[in-house]
Design a protein around this ligand. Structure first.
Ligand SMILES: Cc1cc2nc3c(=O)[nH]c(=O)nc-3n(C[C@H](O)[C@H](O)[C@H](O)COP(=O)(O)O)c2cc1C
Length: 364
């Protein structure tokens, strides 16, 4: 089925089910000459598999193998395939619920669409699929770092506890929250939540140093492409840019970002950034800022009502230890998807003017 490929020039295809043989990615369109490091990939992947006591019990080492497209740690410009074997999982506990549709999961929907599904660990709809996105994100971020573009995503809120002052690096704590006071509050809040339930939150992402002029109106606007990429991540339910939903409550005079010319920097700048760095689907050279809402983890051990494949009303209690919160694990997936979109959109924008095409052509 289609739907597993994303991008136009920098194109990724992910494959694999949660409890199948492997998950992985094929990246087509990655330029040659990018230097990569296995240790960096390991560290980047480890962010997705955070091992706090509120996170997943599937402690998978995520040992990856680069099958093609890289020689002596330098990309070749040919398709890159990276594979991660699934090793640490117990499919037996899914036998008992294989005919029951778990609330909040995609079991019922996959059954209706395909008439058949891998019921083990959520199959293709599992968060495990995002290992492949993070692998591709690593390569995309390497390209962006050559262009001095920096992407950072971190926990902005856990339930209703928001960060206020950024006073530490997100990696300083297991909730990936760059505000020490908010982190402590959130940690206590999580401890006080019922053991059999889960909570959600918000991830904020900032992109620095992206030049003005990136984005492909009208259907492939930069914000539209970022939105698609981010909403395609499991458990992400909403996205807003800049002042986002709050802009609906502002006057035009409050929401418009006024421009000025900075003579020292010889640059057009803005006094505010309510647009989140994108207008008309094209970057304006200011920081891109967006936030994504993450729903509470659907797997909970609380007794819930549901139906089985014979349309009988039944009860379900999901056994085993499940993440109370997946928000901190998703930040690296968001960072990765944003990087993949940016690389693709920058490549497309390189052809937006004849002078750029000539500059590039005569320059090689
Ligand atoms: C990185 C990541 C990890 C996830 N881990 C879990 C998990 O441990 N338990 C769970 O119930 N859902 C988890 N999910 C969420 C489900 O994959 C997702 O909610 C479900 O497939 C339904 O899709 P939807 O929420 O996008 O509609 C995770 C998602 C991501 C992106």
């Amino acid at each position: 089925m289609s739907g597993s490929t994303f991008g136009k020039i920098f194109k990724i295809t992910t494959f694999g089910e949660s409890h199948g043989n492997s998950v992985g990615v094929v990246i087509d369109g990655c330029p040659a000459g990018i230097k990569i490091s296995h240790d960096e990939i390991k560290k980047f992947l480890a962010r997705r598999a955070s091992n706090s006591k509120f996170a997943t019990q599937r402690h998978e080492p995520d040992e990856f193998e680069i099958l093609s497209g890289v020689l002596n740690n330098i990309t070749l410009g040919t398709p890159i395939c990276v594979l991660v074997k699934n090793k640490c999982f117990d499919s037996k506990k899914y036998d008992a619920i294989k005919n029951i549709f778990r609330p909040g999961h995609a079991d019922y929907n996959y059954q209706k669409k395909f008439g058949n599904r891998d019921y083990r660990g959520g199959g293709r709809s599992s968060g495990r699929e995002t290992v492949a996105r993070v692998l591709a994100g690593y390569f995309a971020k390497k390209i962006l770092s050559e262009l001095k573009i920096k992407i950072t995503a971190y926990t902005y809120a856990i339930n209703k506890i928001f960060i206020k002052n950024i006073d530490c690096a997100p990696q300083e704590n297991f909730l990936y929250m760059p505000d020490r006071t908010a982190f402590k509050k959130a940690r206590e809040f999580l401890k006080s939540c019922p053991e059999d339930d889960s909570v959600g939150g918000i991830v904020e992402c900032k992109i620095k140093n992206l030049k003005a002029g990136v984005g492909e109106p009208v259907f492939d606007k930069l914000d539209a492409e970022i939105s698609k990429a981010i909403i395609s991540i499991g458990a992400v339910k909403a996205i807003e840019f800049g002042s986002g939903f709050k802009s609906a409550f502002l006057f035009g005079s409050q929401n418009n970002d006024e421009y000025y010319f900075d003579a020292k920097k010889k640059k057009v700048l803005k006094h505010t950034n309510n647009s989140g760095g994108i207008t008309g689907g094209i970057s304006d050279g200011s920081e891109i800022i967006f936030r994504a809402a993450i729903k509470p983890t659907p797997s909970i051990s609380k007794l819930q009502n549901t139906v089985n494949d014979k349309n009988q009303n039944v009860k379900i209690k999901i056994s085993g230890h499940h993440d109370k919160i997946i928000v901190p694990r998703i930040s690296v997936v968001i960072e990765s998807m944003a990087a993949i979109v940016l690389v693709d959109q920058i490549f497309l924008s390189c052809c937006s003017q004849i002078k750029r095409i000539k500059h590039n052509y005569f320059g090689w």
